[in-house]
Design a binder for this molecule. Structure first.
Ligand code: FES
Length: 124
C-alpha cells in the first residue's frame, strides 16, 4: 500500500490557497519544535464569514497537504464552524495520514485556531 493517499499527493503537489493576504483580519503562526516546521495562516473575515484564506507552510509534504485541505475546509464557512475544525477531520478529508505524520495535521488545526484568536483579539 502506498504510504500517502492520492489526496495527500494531490494537495502536496498542487496546494490550494498558497500565499499571503496583506490586509488579513487574522493571522496565525505555529511551529513544531521537534521537526522545526512552520505554518502561517491568513484570514479575511466579513460578517463572521471567512471570505478568503491563504497559507504559507515551511514544512513537510504532509504539513503542506494538511494546510491546503484545511484552508479548503474553512473557506466560505462561519468563524464558529472553523473554530471546530479538528486535525482528525483534516486527516480524514485527506483519506488518512500515516500515524507518525498525524502531528503535521495538528499544525493546520492550531494555525487556524491561532488566526481566529488573532481576529477575535483585534475585534475587541
Ligand atoms: Fe513537521 Fe510534518 S514533519 S509538520
Amino acid at each position: 500500500m502506498a504510504l500517502y493517499s492520492e489526496k495527500v499527493m494531490d494537495h502536496f503537489l498542487h496546494p490550494r490557497n498558497v500565499g499571503v493576504i496583506e490586509d488579513a483580519d487574522g493571522v496565525g503562526e505555529v511551529g513544531n519544535a521537534k521537526c522545526g516546521d512552520i505554518m502561517k495562516i491568513y484570514l479575511k473575515i466579513d460578517n463572521e464569514i471567512i471570505t478568503d484564506v491563504k497559507f504559507e507552510t515551511f514544512g513537510c509534504g504532509s504539513a503542506i497537504a494538511s494546510s491546503s485541505m484545511a484552508t479548503e475546509m474553512i473557506k466560505g464557512k462561519p468563524v464558529t464552524e472553523a473554530l471546530e475544525l479538528t486535525n482528525k477531520a483534516v486527516a480524514e478529508a485527506l483519506d488518512g495520514l500515516p500515524a507518525h505524520k498525524m502531528h503535521c495535521s495538528v499544525l493546520a488545526e492550531e494555525a487556524i485556531k491561532n488566526a481566529l484568536e488573532d481576529y477575535q483579539n483585534k475585534k475587541k
